[in-house]
Write a protein that binds this ligand. Structure first.
Ligand SMILES: [Zn+2]
Length: 132
């Protein structure tokens, strides 16, 4: 049986929602720790998503039983820490130095050699110092 774990970022605590809670008839749930209530539209979308998701898992089980299809059960996980998206501002020096916004050929010409080498031959987990 599926259930949901919901993290409230107002107070930082979590709570569970079970099948019996997932109904349009119910008012949107409140965080039991700080009494913050979920937005109604988001609550209704969550109900839809929950039942769709739960049905996929149920069908995996059913078709595994009925027709011997491979059995999968899927959990949806979300990163615990919410990071507020920041606007990325490129300053002009950086843009010129790296050739950002130009074609790859041009960009490689403008780039300092160690950067260009990395772009041409990417090697994971290498430090820029390795190329100098
Ligand atoms: Zn809360």
């Amino acid at each position: 049986m599926e259930y949901l774990k919901v993290k409230c970022h107002w107070c930082g605590n979590s709570f569970h929602l079970y099948n019996r809670d997932m109904s349009y008839e119910e008012r949107p749930p409140m965080c039991p720790h700080c009494l913050t209530r979920m937005d109604k539209t988001q609550w209704e979308r969550l109900i839809d998503a929950y039942f769709t998701f739960a049905e996929v898992n149920k069908n995996f089980r059913k078709y595994h039983e009925d027709r011997g299809e491979p059995l999968f059960q899927v959990e949806l996980l979300t990163e615990k820490k919410y990071v507020k998206p920041k606007k990325i501002v490129l300053d002009d020096d950086f843009t010129q130095q790296t050739g950002a916004g130009t074609s790859m050929e041009e960009a490689l010409r403008v780039m300092e050699k160690p950067f260009a080498d990395i772009v041409r031959n990417p090697v994971p987990n290498r430090d820029i110092a390795d190329y100098e």
